[in-house]
Design a protein around this ligand. Sequence first.
Ligand SMILES: [Ca+2]
Ligand SMILES: [Ca+2]
Length: 613
Amino acid sequence: MLRIISILVSLILLFSLVACSSGREVNESVTTGSVAQSQTTKADTTKAVTTTAVTTQPETTTKIENPFAEKMTINWLVGTYSSHLYEDGRWDEVELEEKFNVDIRMWNILVSSSEMQQVQMMLAAGDVPDYGFYYTTGKYMFDNGLGRTVPLKMIQQFYPSYYKLIQEDPLGLSFNLVEGTEDEYYGLAMYTPLSRHTGWVPIWRLDWLENLGYELDNLVVMESALNPERWNDRLYFSTTKFTISEVEEILRAFTEDDPDGNGADDTYGSPFANSAYDRYISYNMFGFDQDGAHFYKDPLTNDYVPYFAYTPYKDNLSFLMRMLDKGYMKWVPGEIAYNLELRAIWNTGRTGFIDTLGPPRVLGLGYNDGDQWPPAAILNGVEPDATFVVTPVAGENGNYRPHQPFNWSTMMYLVGDVPDEKLARIFQMVEYAYFGENWMRYKWGIEGVHYTWHSEPLDSPIIFTDATKIPPKYAGKGTTMFGQFGNLNFMSDLNAYFNYDAFYTQFIKYWEVYSPDGWFGDSLWIQPDKLYSQYTMPSEIYEEFKLLREETIAQINSVINDFTGRIWGGQIANIDTEWEQYIEQLYNAGLDDWVKIWNNDEIKTFKYYKSVK
Ligand SMILES: [Ca+2]
Ligand SMILES: [Ca+2]
């Protein structure tokens, strides 16, 4: 039945696409001010942002009879590692060209952060596309006479969905602002939902915990899109947040109390590689991240310090020393890449704690290799009957670590030195292509041709069509994915960002119910007390610290390396006494000057930036 519906939908889509791309009435319908309505494709469930936004702006709809009367050529350079291969005249390009009375010309220039030669040659020649992304800042373009600044008023009038993001975000209005102005911006900073994304997921063996007598709170079973028959009672969510001493006891019991009940001494707590992949059984449980840009107010000294001088770091090291010493946690062999070693050990199904990389992998789907990661690899392999539970990060102060500190990225889309009329046209186009009710069309292609939904649209994973099975007419020339005219670099919807991944949608839903401020509030997330970033510091202080850091980091690192070397070498018996000496050495190596800067009230707290509007 589903199949029949999807075939019908595909036929309707194909028909409507043909009708739109050949019909001349498209431009006329645009003049009504309701671009989105002229399309007959599905996506009724998505909000018609464009339509609402445009109709609430009487100036644009009443003053101008046909805003697209003049035909314009728009030079375009978008597509990391695909723009240089792009062939002119793809279906999505043609659609937008007809709708907005433009000729889009994609420049065949290679855009890649690691291969910037073609972009540099382009800029050296003074050639600038009218719109594009090519790893260059708006400030650079402006300072070198290559680009213009973007007035907030024009964003408000012609690009209202982006304006909304700026308005609603604490940093939005100040981010990327031209110095000395209040309403001019260098380009269009990318917006991202990744400030509420965790790169790893803490997972425990639920069957083992239950065998050991633990009862978990608010257990909710996950539904598997991939393997409903076998997996629908295997994976759970829980709100149970173990304390550090509970974690120690659990890791002990996983090692010593035969949690799988097979009578053999064949399990232990967790492997350890002293890496980012250990974060949720290590430092993130102590409420901080090992991120050099994070500064924390130390509970003993009241100084703002980086993690390596922060007292909870000592508690973290102390915990790890105990666990490793007792064999409840075990070092990886260190023979191949640590992440592969960790994964191989987790996949044996013999450890009670697992830190899976990336939420989309948890249900075996994500990034095309989800089946190689636990839990999928364990369920498909050694233990098809195992059960697992995803919890908050353990530890009294433990929390998930956000992938990005803020919703804004330092990367941006740029406009060339174009007149207002052309800027307005570009904005109208991207408002439609990025935010309109058909945004998916320009991001992922046509439903039924380029992708299908696993089950419910917008509430189940997107399944992409095998590239070889896409009819040539709709094939993605220059890329296996679309994106030159669609986008997710201005997207606030985390589910959409992750292609409506089955695990992620359920993960977010779970916490929307069980966390007092939901997934998007602050409760679940680690935040620094202050952040080293040019966007949240007075520029003189930023420059001052940058210089100081460059001058002192080598000495400071050698103190850290000496200390941690002795820790991992088993040469430190009492970390409490050694810690004091270590801190003194750090301050003598230059941290005293760091602290003078960071204790300054002119560097506002992260909380302050989160709260300003
Ligand atoms: Ca063209
Ligand atoms: Ca056993």
